[in-house]
Design a protein around this ligand. Structure first.
Ligand SMILES: [Zn+2]
Length: 178
């Protein structure tokens, strides 16, 4: 999957943020949200409690995107958000990252930058792959979301842990049936 835009993995970042804020086992504390952004390549020097407070509603809003059952629903949701979040693309070549596009101007705060970047990355994902690459984990009892950036695009679980647990349960069920 081609992830353009800022040199951070906005799609992975937003899935991790949605899980931190909205899943049953998530941690939506300030430090946890800061770590999510840092792990996905965002510069977090400007991260404050106000950033975390701004990111929580963004995560709750984007959960509906991962839960979208069809393309129309996902497109309508993103188009609404693209109207709400001011964009102001800029070309940048800082820190030897190579020339790339920032979706928000340099003066905006980190929460705004995160919203603009993740929104554009999700829009690109939808244009390239439709809704097949996003979803809620298929494992019993797990409510975490995922975005699939694998070549095959057959992911149905949030993690290898959930995939293995489900496969083992299915294997045991088949063995019992024999
Ligand atoms: Zn899971």
């Amino acid at each position: 999957m081609r992830i353009t835009g800022y040199k951070s993995h906005g799609v992975g970042a937003v899935a991790a943020l949605v899980n931190a804020v909205t899943s049953a086992d998530g941690d939506d504390g300030d430090d946890a949200l800061r770590a999510v952004l840092a792990e996905h390549g965002f510069f977090v020097e400007g991260f404050t409690p106000a950033t975390a407070a701004a990111l929580r509603p963004w995560a709750r809003t984007l959960r509906s995107f991962f839960e979208a059952e069809d393309l129309d629903t996902a497109v309508t949701l993103l188009n609404g958000l693209l109207t709400d979040v001011p964009m102001h693309p800029q070309l940048s070549d800082h820190d030897q990252l190579g020339l790339h596009i920032h979706h928000a101007p340099p003066e905006v705060d980190l929460a705004h930058r995160f919203r603009a970047t993740t929104l554009m990355n999700l829009a690109e994902l939808l244009c390239d792959h439709g809704v097949d690459r996003i979803g809620v984990c298929a494992a019993a009892g797990c409510d975490r979301v995922y975005a699939d950036d694998s070549r095959g695009g057959r992911r149905r679980f949030c993690s290898d842990g959930c995939a293995n647990r489900t496969n083992v349960a299915a294997f045991r069920a088949r063995r019992r049936a024999r």
